[in-house]
Design a protein around this ligand. Structure first.
Ligand SMILES: CC(=O)N[C@H]1[C@@H](OP(=O)(O)OP(=O)(O)OC[C@H]2O[C@@H](n3ccc(=O)[nH]c3=O)[C@H](O)[C@@H]2O)O[C@H](CO)[C@@H](O)[C@@H]1O[C@H](C)C(=O)N[C@@H](C)C(=O)N[C@H](CCC(=O)O)C(=O)O
Ligand SMILES: Nc1ncnc2c1ncn2[C@@H]1O[C@H](COP(=O)(O)OP(=O)(O)OP(=O)(O)O)[C@@H](O)[C@H]1O
Length: 515
């Protein structure tokens, strides 16, 4: 294995340009063929995005092997190819083409992208949040605290990448290294102080965040999800735990979660400070005097810097916990408690998280992103005390393969049977799986647990069926899509707006009733 010692910019025609040796700085490689002193224009890991003069990094994917697209990348003008397999260049390849063989192209993509964009995480205060659920709301609480503190911040996560006022949709909760480094660089260039980002277990396993430096790491919880990639909860935990090897200042961990407790044991000897939060276990940041209401939760939060009365405008203990994580971060960052309080209280709601999309004298209709058995159970239990009558649930289970997929469908079916009064089982991104078969698996579990339900493949029809069924004081809860605005059926992404479907139906219903 070799590493390049050379690194520099070249100055030409009044502009600094990047030369390849600079972009390859600190990259371990097995073989290099070609010129390292050429200029490079950009980086790409998808042949369809290659621009003339680009470095193309071939990734061995889950669906196809990116090495197959090397000829296409060359045809598009790539001048450097990075591969992890021995590559035969096509005869038509230009002689100036440089070829690099590395051990792991995902790792190389992260290194090259970070170098290309000038290692932007070194210029930002980086906060990484990981865990199965709660990442999005914590990131929005922290952003709001920073707004109150007069500090600028950007967000990268499930809802999208937020830089300034502009929210861009992400394909992934944690985008690929190249897109991440682009966003970090844009934030740094625009003078943003802090980047608050959700770090998925996929991102950690697939090296999307490699060579990013984090000041703070936050761990929320770990419950079954994404086992198609991680195979076991232990592997899933180890993937999440990787974030806390990358943090320099502080780790903030949910002490109530059993995997959080495990992590706390591990992190005690780490140089980064350790702060714990929780409601049940002894923790540095905790809450008491909690009073729950459907539209807000009030409590006293305790920190080593003092105690404070707080109100969170989202229902249930999950948002008490999520706001404690944000408060812990504020405390660790030296932000006054009053400022943190103002920030948390300024969050009026989060798109697709317990979002009331319709309310009248008869019904309340709520959309939530719950898509794991744990979150579905928490959301249904949160709503139960406020349901004067039934909770009618509309839900599905997204496509997941094999036994793991079946386990997930059975677990979600059990939770729905035990906690909802009636369920309409429907589709949730069935992708290439048979939606009827997914529904049948969920239905079998519901039957086993004496649940009442109806299956309807078409999600719009399912929502309308539930709304038509709702009588006075029923709550209709629609879970799984949250903030999302599309459904993936087969390989097609179809626009799908739940709030609009609900409101259009309610309008028609009122007209039909002559109101
Ligand atoms: C399992 C997984 O992580 N898949 C990701 C992966 O797809 P893949 O390996 O199937 O890619 P592929 O289609 O085999 O292509 C391999 C390579 O060939 C390249 N290619 C392909 C075609 C072509 O014409 N030319 C070309 O160069 C591709 O750009 C790629 O580099 O690489 C893609 C490109 O970056 C990702 O978009 C894709 O995420 C998909 C959409 C996905 O669903 N990922 C999920 C599982 C995920 O990452 N989730 C986490 C957690 C979410 C949560 O918090 O719950 C996330 O962070 O989003
Ligand atoms: N602390 C929590 N514990 C359990 N469930 C939670 C918690 N916080 C939120 N949830 C539930 O999980 C759903 C997703 O929450 P959120 O979007 O904050 O999580 P996330 O970690 O960003 O998830 P994802 O990575 O899947 O986007 C919410 O709609 C809610 O139902």
């Amino acid at each position: 294995m070799h590493r390049l010692a050379v690194w520099n910019y070249i100055y030409r025609k009044g502009l600094y340009a990047l030369i390849l040796s600079f972009v390859l700085q600190d990259l371990a490689f097995e073989r290099i063929q070609g010129d390292l002193n050429q200029e490079v224009s950009s980086v790409a890991f998808d042949s369809r995005e290659v621009m003339p003069g680009a470095i193309f990094v071939a990734i061995s994917g889950f669906t196809v092997d990116g090495h197959r697209y090397i000829p296409a990348a060359i045809a598009q003008g790539a001048s450097v190819i990075v591969a992890e397999q021995p590559v035969e260049l096509p005869l038509s390849a230009p002689s100036a083409l440089t070829l690099l063989q590395v051990q792991d192209t995902r790792d190389a993509l992260a290194r090259i992208s970070a170098n290309f964009y000038g290692r932007p995480t070194e210029k930002l205060n980086m906060v990484g949040i990981t865990g199965t659920n709660g990442k999005t709301s914590i990131s929005y609480f922290i952003k709001s605290i920073l707004d109150q503190a007069g500090q600028s911040s950007g967000i990268i996560g499930t809802i999208g990448t937020l830089i300034g006022e502009e929210l861009r949709k992400n394909k992934n909760t944690t985008p690929e290294a190249l897109y991440l480094q682009q966003s970090f660089a844009e934030m740094a260039q625009r003078g943003i102080d802090t980047c608050v980002m959700e770090v998925s277990s996929h991102a950690l396993s697939l090296k999307r965040v490699a060579y990013s430096s984090f000041h703070t790491g936050i761990f929320t919880n770990l419950t079954p999800d994404h086992l198609e990639l991680h195979r076991s909860m232990e592997e899933y935990f180890e993937a999440k735990a990787m974030l806390f090897d990358m943090t320099s200042r502080c780790n903030i961990i949910n002490a109530d979660d059993p995997y959080g407790a495990l992590l706390i044991q591990r992190l005690r000897t780490r140089p980064a400070a350790l702060l714990t939060y929780g409601l049940e276990q002894d923790a540095d940041i905790y809450a008491d005097n909690i009073s729950y209401a459907i539209d807000a939760t009030r409590f006293t939060a305790h920190t080593p810097a003092g105690s404070i009365e707080l109100e969170v405008r989202l229902p249930g203990s999950i948002y008490v916990l999520n706001s404690l994580a944000a408060l812990a971060w504020a405390y660790a960052s030296g932000i006054p408690l009053e400022t943190a309080k103002a920030g948390i209280q300024a969050v009026e709601g989060i798109k697709g998280r317990m979002e009331v999309v319709y309310r009248d004298d008869h019904n309340t209709v709520i959309v939530d992103f719950a898509h794991t058995e744990d979150s579905l159970e928490k959301v249904l239990s949160t709503l139960r005390p406020y349901a004067k009558s039934r909770i009618i649930l509309v839900f599905g289970v997204y496509a997941a393969p094999g036994k793991l997929g079946l386990d997930k469908r059975r677990a979600m079916g059990r939770v729905a049977a035990q906690h909802a009064d009636f369920s309409v089982i429907t589709s949730d991104n069935p992708k290439d799986q048979d939606p009827d078969a997914i529904i049948a698996d969920i239905a079998a579990a519901m039957q086993e647990h004496q649940g009442s339900f109806k299956g309807m493949v078409d999600r719009k029809e399912a929502i309308e069926y539930a709304l038509a069924l709702a009588e006075k004081d029923d709550i209709v809860l629609i879970t799984g899509k949250g903030h999302e605005t599309s459904q993936i059926i087969g390989t097609t992404e179809i626009p799908f707006h739940e709030a609009q479907i609900v409101n259009d139906f309610k309008k028609r219903q009122l007209l039909n009733h002559g109101q």
